[in-house]
Each structure stands twice: as structure tokens, then as C-alpha cells.
Write a protein that binds this ligand. Structure first.
Ligand code: PMP
Length: 306
């Protein structure tokens, strides 16, 4: 993993080694942070950040959901800061990690006792679910852990503390020998994976859980748009565990993972055990978009050097 030389912290680019926070920081102790994961891609016009505006809006919305009443920077300023981080580090392609985190010397559980600080880091990150994932697919289990109830943890917000649930499920899956976990919501329907949204294909129609209790994934939104552009029907609906087993195709998507076919769930082979044709078509068009080679690229890419 190639690290960056500079991290943006509270409005300034600081050297990697100097971008530290105190041991008693409240975000560290109580999970009081909100973050984003964004990819910057190499294109003919230089590095380009995918859907920067949407990621900044979700970041600021996450902060609002967690309860921060004011932030030291606007979404626009943070978007510019993301570009600064890519430029300062000379990356062509990278993963960008903005984090708004709480700091308070009172150390109580009241958000209003402290302030919001902001950092943005970037690093070079390969395929999150493995180099062969997009081609060969991944194996998953349905987790023994339930995904958040929307009135327990706020599922529309990328709150750091929410990710303890993802870590429990992911670690369990990997220890069991799978690549990733499918998580069910408290009603028992399919919600999402630990860091990806999920789609199934059956009889040529694409289905995905609605965003009532899952993260509003930006890759998910992009794939729904691209699938409809290609003429596919996409339906947001409740999906049960056994729907997964009899799907013709399953794929998951996220900023880190991108578009990845699922070839097995709970030891049931999905479809013919290979990436299906609709999954392949969507992965291909997604790749074209992020590389700046698709009509949607103009709308969705922010060129860092222009
Ligand atoms: N669900 C969860 C729980 C996630 O952490 C992520 C990654 N941000 C996603 C879905 C996918 O969202 P996106 O496509 O915006 O990265």
C-alpha cells in the first residue's frame, strides 16, 4: 500500500508523520467520526475523482445525522481539499479518505461538549476484495451478525462506530474461509455487505434492497443509472436469503470493491458459478465511466488538474 507524503488536517497539508491525534481523542474512544471512501482514477486528462460532489454531500449529511451542529468547512471546501491531497501527493490513481472526527476534553458522551475536526488522507489501494475478484468472483456467507436497525445505528451515515458491526461480520467471514459477508436486516431480509451494496439478477431483471436500512451507496446509484441506460429493469425490493440461493447472478459494489461478481453463498453455487453476463456488462461500463471513456464520465468525474 503506497502511503501519501501529505495528509490534509484542519485546513492544512501536513507531513504524513505529523498527522496525529491525541490518545484521549473522543472519536477514538467512542466511535464519533464520520468518513468517506472515494476513488480517484487515472484518465487521459490526468487524475479524476469519481462523484466527488455526491461523496462530499454524503459526508456532510453523515455529520448532520450524527449530530454535529456546525462544521469548520463546507462541502465545497472539502471537495477542493480532496483535490489538493491528490495533487500534493502526485497520485494518478488513489483512494481518498476524508474523516470528520470529534474532539473534546470533557470526555463525556455529549457531542455538544466538543468540536469537529477534519482530516483527509489518500493512499494507493488495489482491488479491495482481491486482484482476481472482478474476474473470478468471490465467495460469501450470510453472517451470523444482523445489520443495524435504522433506529439503533443510523444506516444512512458512515459513522465510524457503525463499522464495529461490519468488522464483526467481516472477521467472522474471513475466519470461516469466505471473502465477504452478506448481512440481513433485523427483519431477516438482505441488507448489504460489510462495505458493499448487493444486487441480484433473476430472469433478466436486476433487484437490489431499497435504501430504507442500508447505506445509500454511490456506486449502487451509479450502477442503477448505468443499468437503466443499458435498458435493464432495476427493482428496489425486499430480498430474502433464499432469493440469493436461486439468483441467476449476484454482484456487489462499493467504492473500494468496485463491481464484483459473487459466485457462491453459503456453499450454494450462484448461477453457473461464474460472473454472469449482466454483471460483466455493468463492470465493463463502470470501468469505461471511471476511465473517462463514457458519456456519463463528464457528469461524474472531477478532473484534479483542470
Ligand atoms: N455499504 C456499506 C456498509 C459501505 O461501507 C459501503 C462503502 N462506502 C457501501 C455500502 C458502498 O457505498 P459506496 O458505493 O458509496 O462506496
Amino acid at each position: 500500500m503506497a502511503e501519501s507524503r501529505y495528509i490534509w488536517l484542519d485546513g492544512q497539508l501536513v507531513e504524513y508523520e505529523k498527522a496525529t491525534v491525541h490518545f484521549l481523542n473522543t472519536a477514538l474512544h467512542y466511535g464519533l467520526g464520520v468518513f468517506e471512501g472515494i476513488r480517484c482514477y487515472s484518465t487521459q486528462r490526468g487524475p479524476a475523482i469519481f462523484r466527488l460532489k455526491e461523496h462530499m454531500t454524503r459526508l456532510v449529511n453523515s455529520a448532520k445525522i450524527l449530530g454535529f451542529r456546525s462544521l469548520p468547512f463546507t462541502a465545497e471546501q472539502l471537495g477542493e481539499a480532496c483535490k489538493d491531497v491528490v495533487r500534493a501527493n502526485g497520485f494518478q490513481a488513489c483512494y481518498i479518505r476524508p474523516l470528520i472526527f470529534h474532539e473534546s476534553d470533557k470526555r463525556d458522551l455529549n457531542l455538544d461538549s466538543g468540536v469537529a475536526r477534519v482530516g483527509i488522507a489518500a493512499w494507493s489501494w488495489g482491488a479491495y476484495l482481491g486482484d482476481e475478484a472482478e474476474e473470478k468472483g468471490v465467495r460469501m456467507n450470510v453472517s451470523s451478525y444482523t445489520r443495524h436497525h435504522p433506529n439503533v445505528m443510523m444506516t444512512k451515515a458512515k459513522v465510524t462506530g457503525n463499522y464495529a458491526n461490519s468488522v464483526l461480520a467481516k472477521t467472522e467471514s474471513v475466519r470461516l474461509g469466505f471473502d465477504e459477508a452478506v448481512m440481513l436486516d433485523p427483519q431477516g431480509y438482505v441488507a448489504e455487505c460489510t462495505g458493499e451494496n448487493l444486487f441480484i439478477v433473476r430472469h433478466g431483471v436486476i433487484y437490489t434492497p431499497g435504501t430504507w436500512a442500508v447505506l445509500e451507496g454511490i456506486t449502487r446509484d451509479s450502477l442503477i443509472t448505468l443499468a437503466r441506460d443499458l435498458g435493464y429493469q432495476v427493482v428496489e425490493t425486499q430480498i430474502s436469503r433464499d432469493h440469493l440461493y436461486i439468483a441467476d447472478e449476484i454482484f456487489v459494489c462499493g467504492t473500494a470493491a468496485e463491481v464484483v461478481p459473487v459466485t457462491e453463498i453459503d456453499f450454494r453455487v450462484i448461477g453457473n458459478g461464474k460472473a454472469g453476463p449482466i454483471t460483466r456488462a455493468l463492470a465493463k461500463v463502470f470501468r469505461a465511466v471511471v476511465q473517462g471513456e463514457h458519456p456519463r464520465s463528464a457528469e461524474w468525474l472531477s478532473y484534479v488538474n483542470e
